[in-house]
Design a protein around this ligand. Structure first.
Ligand SMILES: Cc1cc2nc3c(=O)[nH]c(=O)nc-3n(C[C@H](O)[C@H](O)[C@H](O)COP(=O)(O)OP(=O)(O)OC[C@H]3O[C@@H](n4cnc5c(N)ncnc54)[C@H](O)[C@@H]3O)c2cc1C
Length: 408
């Protein structure tokens, strides 16, 4: 059995930040990061398409969801870009508030974290999945390889999204066995599935749209951005940010839809006028070319087919333009579910707010802390999730080390 002062379970973004913060707070403490995969930080490498969108200039509670939303004050008190500046990583805003390393390399972010862990003498224990936690004075962490003893433990096991990148929810199950309550896991930041017959003709198409999530006939929330169509689902950042609402559908048994406004800067009257004007210009053209100066050609043809039972051959013969305008302003797709954990970027749910103190220690288990996606909080797309992972990890690491110092 190996003995440590502080053991961090999970070598992702939050776990590595926790290790660095703990090691810096108490240079004498023996700190270990325990990771089930062969290497730490596998998910970090996949973030932001390999460019790692690690924070956002517009951090605020409205971008976070879940019972632990009060913890978002951590993100305003701790600066992730400053933390990385201290590790030699220069960060910059991409002009839309999304903060990236200047080199746009997630590998550089992981290297910086690992270099600091090495400088602080932190032990990495990989290929080791913790399967049980016991407490009898010290904590005993059970795994198939070895048992590890620690005075303080930080749980940084992530959610259930994309298990090939590490997190599989096993640590939350261990917590539940210890009597700690967790909100049910649900995929978030994920494509939404729809009727394949309706969406297949648009496969590969992209469009700027204002997207509204509708549940039980009532609009719930809207987001604007680029929408992408596949043969069975609709995605894009704006759809990702709405996707967690799909849980409403499953819980309430309500019919859910996405309504796409494909000309969001015009009202219905202006769209009708644009359609009339375009029809005058393209009178002699085949109907399939009517809308190709406003939308891509496949998108334009699709819109005509959705608006009219029979599409005439010539543009000049298209009438009832109010109906076409209505289709363009409200293109409906039924929502039949999410594309699941394996395609989701984050997990909704996790350790419930009433189990966690403001210092990220567990209310009922002194000496045990939690951070990152394991808690019942997740953010919108745009760097909010990594910011919370790094900042909550750093705070949990610091408080765990301070609690040990106090006990000395
Ligand atoms: C493809 C993709 C792209 C993303 N892009 C962005 C982005 O650009 N910006 C952004 O803000 N967010 C992004 N996210 C979300 C973000 O990556 C996560 O919210 C964040 O990494 C969570 O960090 P974490 O440390 O809490 O959990 P994780 O990164 O999931 O780390 C948990 C670690 O714990 C380990 N572990 C779990 N259980 C055990 C156990 N029992 N024993 C030992 N080890 C265990 C896992 O193997 C894993 O390495 C993206 C997510 C994905 C999947």
């Amino acid at each position: 059995m190996r003995y440590f002062d502080i053991a961090i379970i999970g070598g992702g973004a939050s776990g590595l930040a926790a290790a660095i913060s703990a090691g810096r707070t108490d240079r004498k403490a023996a700190v270990a990061v325990i990771e089930r995969l062969p290497k730490v930080g596998k998910k970090i490498l996949a973030t932001g398409n390999g460019r790692c969108n690690l924070s956002n200039a517009h951090l605020s509670a409205e971008h976070y969801h879940g019972s632990c939303s009060a913890l978002t004050k951590i993100t305003s008190e701790f600066s992730v870009p400053d933390f990385f500046a201290g590790l030699g990583v220069v960060c910059e805003d991409d002009g839309y508030g999304r903060i990236y390393p200047r080199c746009r390399s997630a590998a550089s972010v992981l290297d910086a974290l690992r270099l600091e862990c090495a400088r602080l003498g932190i032990t990495e224990i990989c290929n080791t999945e913790i399967t049980g936690i016991e407490k009898s004075g010290r904590f005993i962490l059970r795994s198939a390889n070895e048992d590890i003893s620690a005075r303080t433990v930080i749980l940084a096991g992530g959610g259930r999204s994309q298990s090939a990148l590490g997190s599989n929810g096993s640590l939350t199950e261990i917590c539940e066995r210890l009597g700690i309550s967790a909100e049910g896991a649900y995929p978030a930041l994920v494509p939404l599935k729809t009727d394949p017959v309706l969406v297949k003709p648009l496969k590969g198409q992209r469009a700027d749209a204002n997207v509204t999530f509708i549940s039980g006939g009532k609009p719930v929330k809207s987001e604007r951005g680029e929408v992408q169509f596949t043969d069975g689902s609709i995605s894009g950042i704006c759809v990702f940010d709405l996707s967690y609402l799909c849980e409403l559908h499953e819980k309430n048994g309500e019919n859910c839809e996405l309504s796409l406004d494909l000309l969001p800067d015009m009202d219905a009257q202006q769209v009708t006028e644009l359609l009339e004007h375009t029809r005058d210009i393209r009178r002699a053209a085949p109907a399939e070319d009517y809308l190709s100066g406003i939308f891509t050609k496949p998108m334009g043809v699709y819109m005509l087919k959705r608006a009219y039972r029979r599409v005439p051959e010539k543009t000049a013969d298209i009438t009832g333009l109010e109906r076409l305008a209505e289709t363009i302003k409200h293109l409906y797709f039924p929502v039949t579910g999410t594309a699941g954990f394996e395609r989701s970027q984050v997990t909704k749910g996790g350790i419930a707010a009433d189990e966690i103190n403001s210092d990220l220690g567990f209310v009922r288990i002194p000496g045990m802390y939690v951070c990152g996606e394991m808690t019942d909080i997740f953010g919108d797309c745009g760097g909010y999730n990594l910011d919370f992972a790094f900042s909550s990890g750093a705070i949990a690491g610091k408080n765990a080390a301070l609690s040990l110092k106090k006990r000395h």
